[in-house]
Design a protein. Structure first.
Length: 500
């Protein structure tokens, strides 16, 4: 019987296993969602614990509430008949009015701010994924999202600069892609966010002209930015202010007797006292100082300049919201600096990029416990104290639509349903930080609610504001004895009075 040789048949080759990685768009929006939830958790919890303030959450809620009711942004907290466009020029704030109309609550502003700060990560992470790779994009997103400047803004009430952060981030990404007109289009609304941001728009125009973009476009953008800020500061803000002046002009007064002497001392004044130099270092620290190697870092100069030369000490440090607009610039500078290195033929380029991102991420994480996102890890953040419960019970006794004079920490608990001013009367005659302790006007509100317990909340020190506790207690006693108020209730240091 004839046999045939058998052939060994090899099994078919297995199909290659493909690992799906998220697209840059999905990666970026995933980070935005996570950061929004993080920021909103901190902000909302602070409000629930009575840690938000009339100055500034209450002020901005009164303005947005007025816009939602199709009224001028008159803010009783800033003075009788005070139009908030006479304080800072931020008409873009009206964009939040439809949202507030649907959800009339201070939480609306806090969540909106959280979303605005978080969505700025989208263009930055998308740019990093395209230029450096997806793993690098995760590191860049963390550097931005956990940076101290964003954390400080997310955990301190609401401020108009939150509107500027995503606009600036989108403009910076467009600059990186050399989409000059798109960069200008994204940056132009900065003029409607705050009066000093016209100088940031001017810096973007100067960058376009310097880095090979359309020179006419760059020069025109720079001119519009400078002219826009000048018109707002010299004409528009005084027109809305009851004193026909720029409300914050005192922060930029001549510090050495004359303008010439002030300009001569400006380089040293920008570094004195020491807190200024520390802040300048910390601004670029999340990038491991690599952002200083990018020309994009120059876009941060206008904001840093007015802050360091201001006479207001609050502008010099790392608290509050003043550094929020700088964090997109610093993150963009980091991406740009590493992109330039990645494009070289150096054999250690990839290793250098990885080491740089690891360093930037490490610096960001090391600084994290010193800033307010660390509140999430504190047990006190998740405990509602009897004092908070007492405050809520007394505030619930005030009817909707009433006029109320309230302690600073109690103000934003009422601004969505009452007309509220700070107790004792502040500011006087619509002036900013006017402490006339000898002649305070008598209270005229229907209700007074006063908390004698000093608040314990970042970024303020423990203590009473705007006047010493002895004077506030004296004004409270005068309300009962001389001004016709009767005590309705008192609980855990909180006093509720009603006018007879």
């Amino acid at each position: 019987m004839r046999t045939f040789p058998t052939q060994k048949v090899s099994p078919p080759a297995a199909a290659p296993v493909t690992v799906r990685t998220p697209s840059p768009r999905l990666l970026a929006w995933g980070w935005a969602a996570a950061l929004c939830a993080l920021y909103a958790t901190v902000a909302v919890r602070r409000h629930q614990l009575l840690r938000t303030t009339g100055y500034d959450l209450g002020i901005f809620e009164q303005a947005v509430r007025a816009y939602a009711e199709l009224r001028a942004p008159v803010v009783p907290l800033r003075g009788e008949g005070f139009n908030l466009l006479g304080d800072h020029f931020h008409p873009l704030l009206a964009a939040l009015a439809p949202l507030y109309r649907l959800w009339p609550s201070p939480l609306c502003l806090l969540v909106a701010q959280s979303a605005l700060l978080a969505v700025a990560v989208v263009p930055l992470a998308r740019w990093a994924a395209r230029a450096l790779g997806r793993r690098a994009a995760h590191a860049v997103a963390a550097v931005y999202g956990l940076s101290w400047g964003i954390a400080s803004a997310a955990a301190f009430d609401f401020h108009e600069v939150a509107l500027a952060v995503p606009l600036l981030a989108c403009s910076l990404e467009a600059l990186a892609r050399r989409r000059w007109r798109a960069a200008v289009a994204w940056a132009a609304p900065l003029l409607l966010v705050k009066e000093d941001l016209g100088l940031t728009l001017a810096a973007i125009g100067a960058y376009i002209a310097w880095r090979g973009g359309p020179r006419r476009l760059g020069i025109a953008t720079a001119f519009v930015g400078v002219a826009g800020s000048a018109v707002e500061i010299l004409l528009l803000l005084p027109a809305f202010h009851p004193g026909d002046a720029y409300a914050h002009g005192g922060n930029l007064t001549e510090g050495h007797g004359s303008l010439l002497s002030t300009l001569a001392h400006a380089p040293l004044d920008a570094l004195r006292p020491d807190i200024k130099a520390m802040t300048l270092v910390l601004v670029f620290a999340p990038s491991a100082l690599l952002a200083l190697r990018s020309p994009l870092a120059l876009i941060a100069v206008p904001t840093l300049a007015w802050r360091m030369l201001s006479q207001n000490a609050f502008h010099w440090g790392t608290a509050f919201h003043y550094s929020a607009v700088l964090m997109p610039v610093v993150t963009a500078g980091l991406i740009d600096a590493l992109t330039a290195w990645r494009r070289t033929a150096h054999p250690l380029a990839d290793r250098h990029v990885r080491a740089s991102l690891a360093t930037a991420l490490a610096v960001t994480l090391v600084m994290l416990p010193s800033f307010p996102l660390a509140l999430l890890a504190q047990r006190a953040t998740w405990r509602t104290t009897p004092h908070v419960e007492a405050a809520r019970a007394l505030l619930a006794r005030i009817p909707d639509g009433a006029t109320v004079a309230a302690s600073n920490r109690l103000v934003p608990q009422l601004t969505s349903r009452c007309t509220v001013v700070v107790f004792p009367a502040f500011p006087v005659a619509g002036k900013l930080y006017e402490y006339d302790r000898k002649r305070l006007p008598r209270p005229t509100a229907e209700w007074i609610v006063f908390d004698r317990r000093p608040p314990e909340a970042w970024p303020y020190r423990t203590g009473h504001w705007p006047y010493p506790i002895k004077q506030q207690l004296a004004e409270l006693a005068a309300a009962e004895k001389r001004y016709g108020y009767e005590r309705v209730a008192r609980r855990d240091g909180i006093t509720l009075l009603r006018r007879r």
